[in-house]
Design a protein around this ligand. Sequence first.
Ligand code: GSH
Length: 215
Amino acid sequence: MAEYQLYCFAQSGNAYRVALMLNLIGADWEPIFVDFFLKGEPRTPDYRAGVNEMGEVPVLVHGGKKLSQSGVALTYLAERSGKFRPEGEEERLEALRWIIFDNQKVNGYLRPYRFLRFLAKPPGDPAVLAFLKGRIDNSLAIVDKRLSARPFVLGSRPTIADLSLVGYLYYPPEEFGFDIAAEQKNIAPWLGRIKALPGWRHPYDLMPGHPLPPR
Ligand SMILES: N[C@@H](CCC(=O)N[C@@H](CS)C(=O)NCC(=O)O)C(=O)O
């Protein structure tokens, strides 16, 4: 058995953050497939009782520990490996600030937008999509401005703040209906810098469940 297990599925950018981190630090890890689309597994009583009471993916398993919330798993892995770790109080708080902003307003809006537009059957209400798109444009512009002055979110080197923020950003533009990298000029080169890190893999290559079976 691998040292780490990750409950995940290919379409989950929330899980991708942790899968990517595991791969970038060269961890010995294996995915545990969660059937979100056909079985709604995170919503089952068994999953909530045995895996995560919050009913969410990802969950990182390490020995007797089960960690949910990608920001918590990223912090744990950074502290254990010493890689992508914010150093000192100022950087730690700054990383946490961006991870919370990301969870709430960047990928926190991108995830339901892509889900309602591309994955939900039937697709979401156009008024809801329009609301979310406005929020996404605002949040991505904030990230783009941040990256205009530095190569990575905290400065000259990548940290868990970057790995959190890229959660949904490598999925194909067709899934969003707009091209994030083309619209935000500082986001594309930043994505390229992270993609160049040894161990980088696309979410669809790193986690099981792609392509989706017919529903
Ligand atoms: N803030 C959480 C978000 C986790 C999350 O929303 N995961 C989705 C999958 S991408 C999920 O499990 N949703 C369960 C559901 O909608 O029932 C994190 O970063 O881990």
